[in-house]
Design a protein around this ligand. Structure first.
Ligand code: F6R
Length: 610
C-alpha cells in the first residue's frame, strides 16, 4: 500500500526521504514522488520503481532541509506521473502526500472547480490539496489551520503530510484510519506511515491516533485534536532495529524471514511457557484474565494468512480448551450482524495491525460490547492499541509481502492461547504439560525442515510445468492447505485451490487429470487413513500427487509421485511444521518461474484500504 516519509531538520532532506522510500518498497507501489522545500517548493515524480525516481532526480536542484515523499499504490486513477504524489495546489505552493481514500472527493472537486481550481490528476487526493489552498485564502490562516479545517470536511480515511513554500520548516500531518508515526531525533523530526522508513534514524517514536494532527518544526512538535485542543504525548522506544529490516546476504527478504522462523518461535514463546504448570503466562492478558474466565464464545477475525492461522487456532481451542470458536473473514464480519454477548471475546489476528477490514471488525465488536483481544505483530499499531488486551506475536519486521514468519508466530500464539484458556477450564495438568513440552521442541524441528530446502526446490522444479494445483488436507491440515495454496498463487501466479480433503468428491475431483497435480497434506494423524484415500482416488484418475507426511511412513512413497517428510509432533502443532515445506515450495516455484517473491504483482504488504 502507499507509503509516506517526511523530514524536517538540519540535514539535506532528499537522501533521507529517498532512503525512507526504499525502506517502504516492500509494501508494494507503482509510482513515487518527492517534494523538497528550499528556496521554493520543488517536486519530482515518476512511474515505476524508486530507481526511476532516482534517475529523474539527476540534475534537479532538490536542495532543502525539509520535505515529504510518497510511494503510491493506485486506487483512483492509473499509475502515472500525474496521479503520483505529492499533489500540489493550483500555484504549486503546497504539496501533500496521502494514504487512504477521500470518499467525498467528487463533490469536493465539483465545488472547488466551480471556485476556479484546476485539477490535473484523476486522484481523490488532489481534492484535499486544493481544499487546503482554498481555505488558506482567509487572512491570517496558517497551513495547520487550513489542514485542520480541510480534514474536517473530508469523508473517508487519511494519513497525510503537507508542506507549504511560504512556511519553510513546518510539516503538518494528520491521521484518520491510516497510520502516521513521528520519529523524534536530536534537532530533527521524521514522519512516516510505517516505522520501518525511519528506524535507521531514530527509535523514539510517537504514534498518532485517529483524529489527531501534528505540526512538526525545528522547534519541536505540537500534537492537537481536530478541535485544536493540545494533546500531550511522549515518545516511546521501538524494539525493532534497522538491521532486522535488511536482507543480510539472503537473496530475498522472504528467504531471510523463513530462515528466521526457529528464532521467531523462540521469541514468540520466550517467558510465556510455564512447563511445570502446563500453562502459558501471557502478560498482555493479565488485566483481563478474570474476564477471560467468564468468556463462553470466541470469534476470531482476520484476513488472508491471518485468517488461516485463526482457523488452525479454532481447531486447537475447541479440541483442548473446550471453548466454542468461530473464525470469520474480517471483511465479512464488518457487514454482517454478528451475535455478540457480554461473554463473547473477539480476537483480531494481524501482522501489520493496520488491516482496514480487521480494524473495522474489531471496532464493530467493541461497539457491541465484546471483550476485544489482539494477536498482532507490529508493536504500537492501531489494532494493538485499540483492542482491550492482547498478545504480541514477536515475529519482528516482516518485509516480504507474503506472510511467512508472521503466520508461524500467529499459529504459535494460538497454541499459547489454547493453554491459557484451556487451563482456565477443563484442560488437565498432564495435557498442558504435554503441549508445552512439544511447543519447546518446535524451533529445532523447524530448523531441520529448513535444512531440506534443496529437496523442496527439486520438487518445485519437477512441477514447474503446472499452471494449476490442488492443495488438500483434513482437520488441522485443512487450513494448512488453504495457506499453502495462497502462498503458491500469490508468489508464483500458479492457480492453486485449497480444499478440505473431504470436499474433494463434492466438486474439485472433476479437475483432476494428468495436467492438474495435487499437494496432499497427509501426516500420520487421527485422519490419516481418510486422507490416504484421497491420494488413491487422485492417482486412480492419473493425477500427480506430492504428499507431505510424517517421517517413517514408507507407504506414501508407493502411493504418491513425490513425498516430503515432516518430523513427528502433536497433531495440533503439525500446521507449524507443515508451513515450512509449503512456503519453500512456493518460494522456489516463484524464483524458478522468474518472479520476485518479495514483491508479487498487485499485492501490498499492508492493506489499509477496504
Ligand atoms: C498472505 C498475506 C496476506 C495477509 C493479510 C492480512 O501471504 O500476507 O494474506 O496475511 O493481508 O494482513 P495482516 O496480518 O497484516 O492483517
Amino acid at each position: 500500500m502507499c507509503g509516506i516519509v517526511g523530514y524536517v531538520g538540519k540535514k539535506a532532506a532528499l537522501p533521507i526521504l529517498m532512503n525512507g522510500l526504499r525502506r517502504l518498497e516492500y509494501r508494494g507501489y507503482d509510482s513515487a514522488g518527492v517534494a523538497i522545500v528550499g528556496e521554493s517548493l520543488r517536486i519530482v515524480r515518476s512511474v515505476g520503481k524508486i530507481q526511476s525516481l532516482d534517475d529523474r532526480l539527476f540534475g534537479e536542484k532538490m536542495i532543502g532541509f525539509m520535505g515529504i515523499a510518497h510511494t503510491r499504490w493506485a486506487t483512483h486513477g492509473v499509475p502515472s506521473e500525474a496521479n503520483a504524489h505529492p499533489h500540489t495546489d493550483c500555484r504549486g505552493n503546497i504539496a501533500l502526500v496521502h494514504n487512504g481514500i477521500i470518499e467525498n472527493y467528487r463533490e469536493l472537486k465539483e465545488q472547488l472547480e466551480s471556485a476556479g481550481h484546476a485539477f490535473r490528476s484523476e486522484t481523490d487526493t488532489e481534492a484535499l490539496v486544493h481544499l487546503i489552498e482554498h481555505l488558506l485564502k482567509y487572512p491570517g490562516t496558517t497551513l495547520a489551520d487550513a489542514v485542520r479545517s480541510a480534514v474536517r470536511r473530508v469523508r473517508g480515511t487519511y494519513g497525510i503530510a503537507v508542506v507549504r513554500a511560504e512556511e519553510p520548516g513546518r510539516v503538518v500531518v494528520a491521521r484518520l484510519g491510516s497510520p502516521i508515526v513521528i520519529g523524534v531525533g536530536g534537532g530533527e523530526l521524521f514522519v512516516a506511515s510505517d516505522a520501518n522508513a525511519i528506524i535507521g534514524h531514530t527509535r523514539r517514536v510517537i504514534f498518532l491516533d485517529d483524529g489527531e494532527m501534528a505540526v512538526l518544526g525545528l522547534d519541536g512538535y505540537q500534537i492537537s485534536s481536530l478541535d485544536n485542543l493540545p494533546i500531550a504525548k511522549e515518545p516511546e522506544d521501538l524494539e525493532w532495529t534497522a538491521e532486522a529490516a535488511q536482507k543480510n546476504g539472503y537473496p530475498h527478504f522472504m528467504m531471510k524471514e523463513m530462515s528466521e522462523q526457529p528464532e521467531v518461535l523462540r521469541n514468540t514463546m520466550r517467558g510465556r511457557l510455564n512447563a511445570k504448570n502446563g500453562n502459558a503466562v501471557l502478560g498482555g492478558l493479565r488485566d483481563v484474565a478474570d474476564q477471560a474466565r467468564e468468556i463462553d464464545r470466541l470469534i476470531v477475525v482476520g484476513c488472508g494468512s491471518a485468517y488461516y492461522a485463526a482457523q488452525v487456532g479454532e481447531y486447537m481451542l475447541e479440541e483442548y480448551a473446550g471453548i466454542p470458536v468461530e473464525v470469520e473473514l474480517a471483511s465479512e464480519f464488518r457487514y454482517r450482524k454478528p451475535i455478540i454477548t457480554s461473554r463473547t471475546a473477539v480476537i483480531a489476528v494481524s501482522q501489520s495491525g493496520e488491516t482496514a477490514d480487521t480494524l473495522a471488525a474489531i471496532r464493530e465488536a467493541k461497539m457491541k460490547g465484546a471483550l476485544t483481544l489482539g494477536i498482532v505483530n507490529a508493536v504500537g499499531s492501531t489494532i494493538a492499541r485499540e483492542t482491550d488486551a492482547g498478545v504480541y506475536s514477536h515475529a519482528g519486521p516482516e518485509i516480504g509481502v507474503a506472510s511467512t514468519k508472521a503466520y508461524l508466530s500467529q499459529v504459535t500464539v494460538f497454541a499459547l492461547l489454547t493453554l491459557f484458556f484451556g487451563r482456565q477450564r477443563q484442560m488437565s495438568l498432564s495435557t498442558g504439560k504435554r503441549i508445552a513440552k512439544e511447543l519447546v521442541r518446535l524451533p529445532e524441528l523447524v530448523t531441520s525442515l529448513l535444512e531440506r530446502t534443496n529437496e523442496y526446490r527439486a520438487v518445485a522444479q519437477r512441477y514447474a510445468w503446472a499452471e494449476d494445483f490442488l492443495y488438500m488436507g483434513r482437520k488441522y491440515c485443512a487450513p494448512a492447505a488453504f495457506e499453502g495454496a495462497l502462498k503458491l498463487k500469490e508468489l508464483s501466479y500458479v492457480h492453486a485451490e485449497g480444499y478440505a480433503a473431504g470436499e474433494m468428491k463434492h466438486g474439485p475431483i472433476a479437475l483432476i487429470d494428468e495436467g492438474f497435480p495435487s499437494m496432499v497434506l497427509c501426516p500420520v494423524d487421527s485422519v490419516y487413513e481418510k486422507t490416504k484415500s484421497n491420494v488413491e482416488e487422485i492417482r486412480a484418475r492419473r493425477g500427480k500427487v506430492i504428499a507431505i507426511t510424517t517421517e517413517g511412513n514408507n507407504e506414501m512413497s508407493r502411493l504418491a509421485d513425490d513425498v516430503l517428510y515432516l518430523p513427528k509432533t502433536l497433531e495440533m502443532l503439525v500446521p507449524v511444521l507443515m508451513a515450512v515445506p509449503l512456503q519453500l515450495f512456493a518460494y522456489h516455484a516463484a524464483v524458478l518461474r522468474g518472479f520476485d517473491p518479495d514483491m508479487p504483482r498487485n499485492l501490498a504488504k499492508s492493506v489499509t484500504v477496504e
